[in-house]
Design a protein around this ligand. Structure first.
Ligand code: DON
Length: 577
């Protein structure tokens, strides 16, 4: 659906991908914690829409911390941003709390009844696996992690009661809100793209009545949120909501396989965030099962290695800038396709991939004048290894959260009687080795479907620290375009001294494998024709990516938070005294 709608001196590193693996890891972990966070002049939030921004402001003003505001924001977006905000999906939360970094992985997992060949039963007339089968319908759904993730973050860090954090979302679902034209368009585009597909969906039953500028109520969702408010996460995973979700797997003839046991056994995982030293700052970002943090760190690292050579005097978004970045990006995607997967199932050589010597070696492979042919861009040999919101509170704590249904409105399946949309995260697995998914990226064994395994993600909720204090909280939706976009915004701000608002607004491009000579632009900012011609003379073709990324960031300048929402989306920013 998404496809259709859509160092200077560097030392790294975290070798470890989970807390349990910490003692076994070879690298060292940056210590961002020498200095306690500083009191800020205010809290602030940049979120996906105006409703959630108002809720974040209200919770911060009521004495809530960044995690309180994040939980309330996430539940609100599940109501007012139904195409991506969710309780039927999953995500990642990077947290900086009382001077300590944390990362909560609440990614969906593959149901127990799946296997590496699960999707081969859904074939097209030519006998090949149907790529739509991991995108639409109940068989595309991974076991949702959002409610247990928010609950788990809250149990550890919240100051305010759980019920208080759900109350605004419940009121918006019960009493209604006025949807934006953007949301209605996203619904219409999804339904149009779904016409004629063989896997049952029921989006129109719940969202067909959604009209711009008319109050839209969601009584089933209000009742579900009410149950979660009084019963906690267990209600979703073991109570009436769990029963309804399991029923939705076969509603209307669906072929979904999530069972009560899958739900009852779902667990989020506290992991050590990747901690990467860049330009004297510490970038806290997503470890596997996201590829995003590794990729972002590799891109920023390679660029820093080339700062005084290939990038010298090269203006932002010039043809040479795009070419050099594309050369780096294709190497990142080659590593991604081979090495990255769920660290609880495959050994991911994170330390090797982020080793400064390895990154320098990959940077040296960049051809400054010509496109490296795709076939020559092989994975390196490391030494071995969608809706986003950014929030700070006045105590200097921060939450960077990206969560997703994958495509707009996920699988298109709404849990009948519970009123929430289920994800299509199974498409993030390499359902067939080497076959591109909806985002055009490929993978192999490391990202094959296995029961209980998390599909490889690109989500990269990140926090940048300077001397142990939060300097920037940043993230975006956009699948494989997430880390290439964050690379551009961070480089604009810190390499080119651009104000954050200008860099978020700036034109962005994307390059990936296996489409090794294509440079993508976003509908928001097509390339000027002169740039298209210059790229053509260098051997690149250009293509519309079909969707915009949507950066939400907060920068701290002299103790004052500056939240910025992307003009591409319907995000909103608030400051909370
Ligand atoms: O986890 C991932 O990388 C994707 N499922 C995220 C999808 C996404 O960002 C959709 N946004 N446009």
């Amino acid at each position: 659906m998404l496809g259709l709608n859509i160092a200077l001196k560097r030392s790294v590193l975290v070798a470890c991908v989970s807390l349990s693996a910490l003692s076994a890891c070879g690298g060292h972990i940056d210590s961002p914690t020498q200095d306690a966070p500083t009191q800020l002049s205010a809290g602030a939030a940049a979120t996906g829409d105006n409703f959630s921004a108002q809720v974040a402001q209200q919770i911060l003003a009521a004495g809530g911390n960044a995690v309180d505001a994040a939980v309330a924001t996430a539940f609100t977006l599940a109501v007012t941003y139904p195409e991506a905000g969710n309780i039927g999906g999953g995500g990642f939360m990077t947290i900086y709390m009382n001077g300590q970094p944390y990362f909560l992985d609440y990614r969906e997992v593959a149901p127990a009844a799946t296997s590496p060949t699960f999707f081969s039963q859904f074939s097209t007339a030519d006998g090949k696996e149907d790529p739509q089968s991991s995108v639409q319908g109940a068989q595309a759904v991974g076991v949702p992690g959002t409610v247990m993730g928010l609950w788990t973050a809250c149990q550890r860090f919240c100051k305010l009661p759980w019920q208080q954090l759900l109350a605004p979302a419940i009121a918006l679902a019960r009493n209604g809100y006025i949807p934006s034209q953007d949301s209605v368009d996203n619904y219409s585009g999804t339904i149009a793209a779904d016409q004629g597909h063989p896997y049952p969906i029921n989006l129109s039953e719940y969202f067909g009545g959604m009209k711009a500028n008319q109050t839209f109520t969601q009584p089933d969702l209000a009742a579900t949120l009410d149950r979660i408010s009084s019963g906690g996460a267990d209600e979703f995973y073991k109570g009436k909501t769990a029963d309804l979700l399991v029923s939705s797997m076969t509603q209307d003839g669906g072929k979904g396989v999530i069972s009560k046991a899958d739900l009852a056994s779902y667990k989020p995982v506290w992991r050590q965030p990747i901690s990467f030293t860049w330009k004297g700052m510490t970038l806290l970002t997503a470890p596997p099962p996201s590829s995003g943090g590794v990729a972002l760190a590799q891109l920023l690292g390679m660029k820093a290695d080339l700062a005084n050579t290939a990038f010298t005097g090269v203006p932002v978004n010039s043809v040479q800038y795009i070419h050099l970045s594309a050369e780096m990006m294709k190497r990142v995607f080659a590593d991604r396709a081979t090495y990255l997967g769920d660290p609880d199932f495959v050994s991911v050589p994170v330390a090797g991939l982020l080793d400064p010597d390895y990154i320098a070696q990959r940077a040296a492979e960049v051809n400054p004048t010509a496109i490296s042919p795709s076939a020559s861009v092989v994975p390196g040999k490391p030494k071995f290894h969608t809706t986003h919101f950014s929030i700070v509170d006045k105590w200097g704590n921060a939450v960077s959260n990206t969560y997703t249904l994958n495509g707009f409105f996920g699988s298109g399946v709404v849990v009948r009687g519970a009123g929430f949309v289920l994800n299509d995260e199974m498409d993030d697995f390499a359902t067939v080795a080497g076959q591109p998914n909806a985002l055009g990226v490929v993978g192999g064994d490391a990202n094959a479907v296995q029961p209980g395994k998390r599909p490889l993600s690109s989500m990269s909720p990140s926090i940048l620290l300077q001397n142990g204090k939060v300097a920037m909280v940043i993230g975006t939706p956009g699948g494989s375009h997430i880390f290439t976009s964050l690379y551009q915004v961070l480089s604009d701000v810190y390499d080119y001294n651009m104000p954050l608002a200008d860099s978020v607004k700036n034109m962005r491009f994307h390059h990936q494998l296996p489409q090794g000579t294509v440079v993508y632009y976003e509908p928001y900012a097509p390339f000027p024709s002169s740039l298209v011609s210059e790229l053509a003379t260098r051997g690149y073709s250009v293509a519309n990516s079909g969707f915009n990324t949507d950066v939400a960031a907060v920068q701290i300048v002299n103790g004052n938070p500056i939240p910025v929402s992307d003009p591409r989306g319907r995000g909103a920013s608030v400051v909370a005294k």
